[in-house]
Write a protein that binds this ligand. Structure first.
Ligand SMILES: C=CC1=C(C)c2cc3[nH]c(cc4nc(cc5[nH]c(cc1n2)c(C)c5CCC(=O)O)C(CCC(=O)O)=C4C)c(C)c3C=C
Ligand SMILES: [Fe+2]
Length: 465
């Protein structure tokens, strides 16, 4: 193991990065206690940047973050070359770069990782189909091999001897908040003879009139979500999973995305999407009394094997960025219902001020327009329907039409898609001012079971039940 990795490893344990506040608020959700020590909760319900277990002031952490790429790398390289004196200096002056690498999210738990934790800087969404002849037993073997590989890759300490399939791409890096989340698509159940265990909630999503879906990039037998705060760590995890799947499942589609790098902003804040909006503010919060019920299948839920699980709706949503960019900022704000600069609702206040959908101006006009995205999407407009949004942006160059092939890899989590994504998207499809600037290009719905315990694999209750 390299000196850099050892230094990062020593600082590892329960360390976590200085993630954006909105994300952190979400990350403070269920199960975060098993991720790391928690900081206090701010007055807006957001939590400040998480800190290392080693004493390091938040100011210093953030102050070094911007320069971390240069200073941190220089320090680590120097540590490798010049011996103990420099290594001691690196130890005494930890950098934010080392903090990002050593952040560790456990694989094992009642819930799978990658749902309530903040979305990482890098993400890959991938679907696989079982190869011809791969039956339930083969699928169980794959889920065990996948789970064991992820258990190793997400561990705080890397094994001294890498597994045979490990190409060592991420050898020098810490776990970097790596999470891997597994789901089953509707077609999986027919292929494995598990039709009796098919959840009702996996009924195909309705056709929305505005959809422009590419079937080849939609659905799939198995879904894998990889997230990490380091690009090589994320690539490595995906590559290992693909190698491990060989002979049992083949790639159906793959999409790669990104978010802001932890520590890139001078203070923690909710991230922005590629339209420039602060996105994620009004996600359900774990402190909400109905958070659990809305996002996770209850212990006594149906089917039994989905207890502690959730349903992921995955949509590749292209943003028509050239059209959007032509809109003056005031019009853009009207389309969303929030100010672009700071995410404050147009009904007044600051980012986390509750939205007042009833507010009218002196001239009688609505402060938040009738077709504003946050009005049409609000739980209050959809009989309480709610979902946890955890997205990655994507940019795959310029499309055939000469405009950016860019947008949002939108992932919505809920206990029941019929009480989350479906009613909201039905309404957005017809009545959302934002929909003129979006194109839904692919879609998937996946049953994501609860997490694996010690020695277990994800999906064991389904495959061996
Ligand atoms: C079907 C559900 C949703 C889709 C699809 C969707 C796409 C989408 N949204 C944005 C940008 C923003 N969305 C915001 C809020 C928001 N969006 C949804 C649902 C969908 N969005 C909900 C339920 C909410 C919360 C509404 C509320 O109760 O206030 C916001 C505002 C900030 C925030 O609260 O997150 C933005 C900005 C884009 C760009 C997009 C497709 C690419
Ligand atoms: Fe939205």
């Amino acid at each position: 193991m390299s000196k850099a990795a050892r230094i990062a490893g020593r600082r590892g344990g329960s360390a976590m990065d200085g993630r954006e506040a909105g994300d952190a608020a979400m990350g403070d959700a269920v199960g975060m206690g098993d991720v790391m020590g928690r900081d206090g909760v701010g007055k807006d319900g957001a939590v400040p940047a998480r800190q290392e277990s080693a004493p390091i002031s938040r100011r210093r952490l953030l102050g070094t973050a911007g320069a971390a790429g240069a200073a941190g790398a220089a320090g680590l390289i120097a540590g490798g070359a010049a011996g103990a004196g420099v290594a001691a200096a690196v130890d005494a002056e930890p950098t934010a770069l080392a903090t990002v690498g050593s952040a560790h999210i456990p694989f094992e738990g009642a819930r799978q990782a990658g749902i309530v934790q903040p979305a990482q800087a890098r993400g890959h969404l991938v679907a696989f189909d079982l190869v011809a002849g791969a039956d339930r037993k083969a699928a169980a073997g794959l889920m065990r091999r996948w789970s064991d590989a992820v258990r190793t890759m997400t561990a705080a300490d890397r094994p001294a001897a890498p597994a045979a399939y490990d190409d060592q791409v991420a050898y020098d890096a810490g776990p970097s908040s790596l999470t891997v989340t597994f789901g089953f698509g509707r077609s999986f159940f027919g292929r494995t003879g598990l039709g009796a265990a098919l959840p009702e909630a996996l009924a195909p999503l309705p056709d929305f009139p505005g959809d422009r879906l590419d079937a080849g990039r939609s659905n799939g037998d198995l879904w894998v979500q990889v997230g990490a705060d380091d690009a090589l760590v994320a690539f490595h995890a995906l590559r290992v999973l693909q190698k491990v799947a060989r002979d049992t499942a083949s790639l159906r589609w793959q999409m790669s995305g990104f978010n802001r790098t932890p520590g890139a902003t001078p203070h923690p804040m909710t991230g922005r999407n590629l339209m420039g909006q602060i996105d994620g503010t009004n996600n359900p919060k774990p402190a909400d009394p109905d958070f659990e019920r809305r996002i996770f299948v209850p212990a006594k839920g149906s089917p039994e094997w989905m207890a502690g699980g959730s349903y992921a709706v995955v949509r590749r949503i292209r943003m028509l960025l050239d059209d959007w960019d032509h809109l003056p900022v005031a019009r853009q704000e009207k389309v969303i219902g929030r100010r672009k600069s700071d995410g404050a609702p147009l009904s007044g206040g600051t980012e986390f001020t509750p939205v007042d959908l009833g507010k009218v101006h002196a001239d009688g006009s609505l402060a938040i327009a009738g077709d504003a995205h946050i009005r049409v999407a609000a739980a209050a407009s959809n009989e309480g329907a709610a979902m946890l949004r955890r997205a990655f942006s994507y940019h795959d160059g310029i499309g055939a039409d000469g405009t950016p092939d860019a947008g949002l890899l939108f992932v919505a989590w809920q206990a029941d898609p019929l009480k989350g994504f479906v009613p909201v998207q039905r309404k957005l499809d017809g009545g959302d001012g934002l929909s003129r600037f979006l194109r839904h290009e692919s879609s998937g719905l996946f049953a994501v079971p609860g997490g694996a315990g010690k020695g277990e694999y994800v999906g064991q209750r389904l495959l061996e039940g």
